[in-house]
Design a protein around this ligand. Structure first.
Ligand SMILES: NC(=O)c1ccc[n+]([C@@H]2O[C@H](COP(=O)([O-])OP(=O)(O)OC[C@H]3O[C@@H](n4cnc5c(N)ncnc54)[C@H](OP(=O)(O)O)[C@@H]3O)[C@@H](O)[C@H]2O)c1
Length: 283
């Protein structure tokens, strides 16, 4: 993990649970950062609903959560977050029933990697479904329930890639810009309704999906660990509309703002052009 002098002070679990309990829903919670959200939220005594399409990893993560000291209640469901609106809403409502969700994390995402016009159009549209439509459906459904109770929090996973268009992942960076802008607008709309919203912009973070797109001779400098990103995200909720995870990524963003947009696109595209396609079966 890079030395991050700006790591946030530890949260007060009781205060966090009082504000964002009694239960969190993590969409895409089986692996990587999603599973880490589950761990850190469970450690604060908040029950969980965990949705994911990866059934095996979901079962493993749920067992780990149930084995934690002072284990919280964990509900899991295999749900494809990329399915059309009506079906997704039905699936989410069936899983939640009348459980009170005080915290939503829209974590799941999919990124086709490769030149845009050579990428299967269906895969590009599937990424819009997962990365954009699902967060819209979830924030609308759960945000309105939270606003009715005047209490809750929503964490939307964006990316440093939202800062600019980038080659090889042009569609992905566009979806992350959508997530960022959506969350920032909701931050303003919902703050007067008792609901905190924050968008998180991680840079490279060591997760299975990140790993699956790295070139064999990848330069791993500056990669964050999921635990550090999630700690930053949980600490940022209720304090800001959006934030880059980690001091190195915040410094990178500050540098981008001192550059021309064209130069930022060139710089970022030089890095993202080296990414390789993940296993196509995961799309
Ligand atoms: N890792 C990074 O470097 C990085 C950098 C910037 C931003 N982010 C953002 O951070 C978030 C999480 O990062 P990550 O991508 O590395 O993933 P992750 O947290 O390691 O895992 C995401 C989980 O979501 C699941 N998922 C994907 N599509 C789904 C669908 N249609 N229905 C249900 N579950 C689905 C994945 O299942 P599968 O394993 O089957 O796909 C996986 O279990 C994403 O929003 C990503 O855009 C990541």
């Amino acid at each position: 993990m890079p030395d991050d002098h700006a790591a946030p002070p530890p949260l007060d679990p009781a205060a966090f649970a009082a504000r964002y309990g009694p239960r969190a829903l993590v969409a895409g919670g089986a692996n990587g950062m999603g599973a880490e959200y589950c761990r850190q939220i469970a450690a604060m005594g908040i029950d969980l609903v965990v949705l994911d399409r990866d059934e095996a990893a979901l079962a493993t993560t749920a067992s780990e959560l149930r084995a934690m000291p002072g284990a919280v209640d964990v509900v899991t469901a295999v749900v494809d977050l990329g399915q059309p609106m009506e079906q997704l809403l039905d699936a989410v409502r069936r899983v939640i029933g009348d459980l009170e969700i005080g915290l939503l994390v829209t974590n799941a995402a999919w990124s086709p990697v490769g030149p845009f016009i050579e990428t299967d159009l269906a895969a590009l549209v599937a990424a819009i479904d997962i990365n954009c439509r699902a967060p819209v459906v979830l924030t609308h459904e759960l945000g309105s329930r939270m606003a009715a109770r005047a209490r809750g929090g929503i964490i939307v996973m964006s990316s440093l890639a939202a800062e600019t268009g980038t080659a090889n992942v042009a569609l992905y960076s566009a979806t992350k810009a959508f997530d960022l802008v959506l969350a920032e607008g909701l931050w303003y709309e919902l703050r007067g309704r008792g609901v905190d919203v924050v968008a998180i912009r991680p840079g490279s973070t060591r997760t299975p999906s990140w790993q699956s797109t790295q070139p064999a001779s990848g330069d791993l400098k500056g990669v964050m660990e999921p635990a550090a990103v999630v700690a930053d995200a949980l600490a940022a909720l209720g304090t800001t509309p959006s934030i880059a995870a980690g001091s190195a990524n915040r410094a990178a963003e500050a540098m981008f703002r001192s550059m021309t947009r064209r130069d930022v696109i060139e710089l970022m595209s030089g890095i993202t052009s080296r990414l390789v396609p993940p296993d196509a079966s995961r799309a």
